[in-house]
Design a protein around this ligand. Structure first.
Ligand code: SAM
Length: 328
């Protein structure tokens, strides 16, 4: 992929968002969602802009033909603009899923989920970056995708992101741990929000809930996602490395033993994280079903630095071999 189209599109998003942010007295991220929607609709939707801004926007939009950009170019340009906006103010748990992680999850989804047509859910969809990275890596598949997110600005960005990349995504702006009115899906991907879930009454409805105090939201997300997955479906979670050793992990272990098979744990390179305690892994689960057998051995991999081509090739060969032995 050439870097030039990404830069060109980023510049358009950035300049127009900056102009609208000042004039609409909103944050950069809100303005970015507005300008993205304008570009997608091919018209300026805000009626409270000055004539000068209106004219400038018209000129800048006329220089961009979305159809000339690939989905990945659009995703990357929008992602760069979101990253810039997030530097202004964002809580750590709202951060976008990094590209390299999204691409590797996309690769895993491609390997594990064999159906030609399937339903894919991201229950903490955020800006939609992870979901669209994964979608862009599934070629010739017919995927119905769904996302749920509590933050109304992030979900607006996810909506605009999906429109710009022409992905059909059904989005729900809600607390995912409240009842979720969606039919079961074949696969789940999720960069889990890590921390305590404040709503103890709601948490009490989950098998996994802590017997006293707040329950970990990331544990509840695993249960809720499993509840919404078809028997035999796959789940891919980005988890904190220490998740299975925490003081609440007893309930998590019980839940996992009862409902799913661990297919694998892929530890991401420590160099990707600011410190060891922030490091993460990808947990791959399959929901139990009468015809589903557990793998002979779970796939346990430490990913090397993604820039180390040789080491990465060795790992991909190991993963292929694991598939031959466990999934054929
Ligand atoms: N994958 C996303 C992306 O690429 O932008 C980022 C996911 S971020 C690590 C976790 C997300 O979970 C945040 O966007 C946060 O707002 C959302 N979240 C946290 N608690 C939630 C809840 N109870 N229900 C729905 N979304 C929640």
């Amino acid at each position: 992929m050439s870097i030039v189209p990404v830069e060109k599109l980023f510049t358009a998003f950035n300049e127009t968002a900056d102009m609208m942010k000042d004039e609409l007295s909103c944050t950069y991220l809100e303005a970015l969602a507005e300008t993205g929607e304008n570009l997608f609709q091919g018209k300026i939707l805000q009626d409270d802009l000055s004539e000068w801004t209106y004219k400038r926007l018209e000129k800048l939009y006329s220089e961009i033909k979305l159809a000339e950009f690939s989905k990945e170019e659009i995703r990357k340009a929008f992602q760069l603009a979101i990253l810039k906006g997030m530097k202004e103010n964002v809580q750590p748990n709202h951060q976008m899923t990094p590209d390299s992680v999204g691409m590797f999850i996309g690769y895993l989804v491609n390997k594990f989920v064999q159906q030609q047509s399937y339903r894919l859910l991201d229950p903490a969809v955020g800006t939609g970056n992870l979901l669209s990275t994964v979608l862009n890596h599934q070629l010739d598949k017919n995927i119905v995708s769904l996302g749920s997110e509590i933050d109304d600005i992030l979900i607006k960005l996810a909506y605009v992101n999906a429109n710009l990349q022409t992905h059909e995504v059904e989005l729900f702006n809600q607390d995912t741990l409240e009842p979720l009115f969606i039919d079961p899906v074949d696969a789940v991907i999720c960069d889990l929000p890590v921390g305590y879930y404040p709503n103890d009454i709601r948490a009490a409805g989950y098998e996994i809930h802590a017997k006293s105090g707040h329950t970990y939201a990331h544990h509840l997300f695993i249960e809720q996602s499993t509840n919404h997955t078809k028997d035999g479906g796959y789940l891919f979670f980005l988890i904190p490395n220490g998740m299975f050793e925490s003081e609440q992990s007893v309930h998590l272990h019980e839940f996992i033993k009862e409902h799913v098979y661990i297919q694998g744990i892929v530890q991401l390179p420590l160099a990707m994280f600011k410190n060891k305690t922030a490091a993460k892994s990808i947990l791959i689960l399959q929901k139990k079903a009468p015809e589903v057998k557990p793998p002979k051995q779970a796939l346990l991999v430490d990913l090397p630095k993604l820039s180390d081509g040789q080491a990465m090739n060795n790992i991909l060969t190991r993963i292929d071999r694991w598939f031959e032995e466990n999934k054929r």
